[in-house]
Design a protein around this ligand. Structure first.
Ligand SMILES: *Cc1c(COP(=O)(O)O)cnc(C)c1O
Length: 384
């Protein structure tokens, strides 16, 4: 291998926020400057404007902006009054926040297996988990489908099971905002949806941010109360427990500019994914998208036989191609979550995929030359 030639090339960014900023020119600077001039840093006019545009984009009736994706999840559970003795069903192959908020309100996360092809919640395992929860004396209350790596979970199957068992559906679309299922955007499914604007998510701000989307008119004032320390009609009356859950006006101003180019960025991500898949399908398991779904490609994640990926990561690193592993340890094996119930004797698909997955650089500004470098490096490393 001629490492000389390759190390001369600058490393490819895994996610390229600088390229997006260059494209937006001075629009973000101007938007932030407007906030600096009006000084309404909390609940300024940009927040309301962003909430309206976000809801319209998702096809939801309401959006309530907030401080992070994690807080969006927590605010929904708090607004619904989920409490000790309640079971909340979460996939075990996800970012920890999906389940982390459940013990915050005293409830119990029950971990569910995933489907091998889409990495998303397995409906059959969800039914098994509901039986486990009942046997343990818990009350099944909420299911949290996660749109992992940008692809919506199987909403047809999950909503059918939720209806049959009387569960509320809380969609975690932190990675899938902007994706579609049966032609409808995420944010328009379930009783409420949580999303995140962490900078590396498909729609990100310049710090922490999130939102709740819902069609439920009655839920909105409760969410807004939770967001402001449980305030009542008067600001200094506290009618419930809440938090400091607001989105900063500056972040809303940033998000308004980014939302304007988001559809175009989703299309660019789709082009990258298609090109990767065409060039790599013969040497590894490339991502499978359900025919009812589109993905926003928060991650482009391939699968390799157990024991192969760390060697691939090291070889790519030498060529300036970064990779990441989401997730090396499923939730039910994390020390902080190991005591919670799971849907059977282990979660075999989560355990298998945790040893096989590796994500390649993915963002809307990855040009064909950079894609070709990634593709060539992967093929070389796998001896293809
Ligand atoms: C990022 C993420 C969250 C949490 O979002 P933050 O804004 O970082 O709090 C929740 N769920 C999933 C699946 C995520 O990927």
């Amino acid at each position: 291998m001629n490492s000389h030639v390759k190390t001369e090339l600058a490393p490819i960014p895994f996610v390229d926020i600088a390229a997006q900023r260059a494209r937006l020119g001075t629009r973000i600077d101007d938007a932030v400057a407007r906030v600096l001039n009006h000084c309404r840093f909390i609940n300024g006019p940009e927040v309301t404007e962003f909430e309206q545009q976000l809801a319209r984009f998702a096809g939801a009736k309401h959006a309530v902006a907030c401080s992070s994706g994690t807080d969006a999840l927590a605010m929904i559970l708090m607004a619904w009054g989920i409490k000790a003795g309640d079971a909340v069903f979460c996939p075990a192959f996800t970012f920890c926040a999906t389940a982390e908020v459940v013990p915050w309100v005293g409830a119990t996360p029950v971990f569910v297996d995933i489907l091998e092809d889409t990495f998303n919640m397995d409906p059959a395992s969800l039914e098994a988990a509901i039986e486990v929860a009942k046997r343990e004396g818990l009350t099944p209350k909420v299911v949290v489908p996660v749109d992992l790596f940008g692809q919506p979970a199987d909403m047809d199957a999950i909503e059918a099971i939720a209806n049959a068992y009387g569960l509320k559906v809380l969609c975690d679309t932190a990675q899938g905002f902007g994706a579609t299922w049966n032609g409808r955007r995420t944010g328009s499914f379930g009783a409420a949806t949580a999303t995140s604007f962490f900078p590396a998510k498909p729609l990100g701000c310049y710090g922490d941010g999130g939102a709740v989307l819902t069609d439920d008119d009655a839920l909105v004032p409760v969410l807004k109360s939770v967001r402001e320390h449980g305030q009542g009609v008067d600001k200094y009356e506290n009618v419930r427990l809440g938090m400091t859950g607001r989105l900063d006006t500056i972040q809303a101003a940033v998000l308004l500019e980014k939302l304007a180019i988001f559809e175009d960025e989703i299309a660019a991500r789709q082009r990258v994914a298609e090109r990767y898949s065409a060039a790599l399908a013969d040497i590894c398991a490339v991502p499978a998208v359900d025919p009812r779904a589109t993905s926003v490609w928060a991650q482009y994640t391939i699968r390799l036989p157990h024991g192969v990926r760390d060697g691939l990561a090291a070889a790519l690193q030498k060529e300036g191609v970064p990779t990441a592993v989401y997730y090396r340890l499923p939730m039910h094996h994390q020390p902080a979550y190991a005591q919670f119930p799971i849907a059977g004797n282990g979660l075999p698909v989560c355990e298998k995929l945790a040893g096989e997955v590796i994500s390649l650089p993915m963002h809307p500004y990855l040009d064909e030359a950079a894609q070709d470098r990634v593709i060539a490096a992967v093929r070389r490393a796998l001896g293809a």
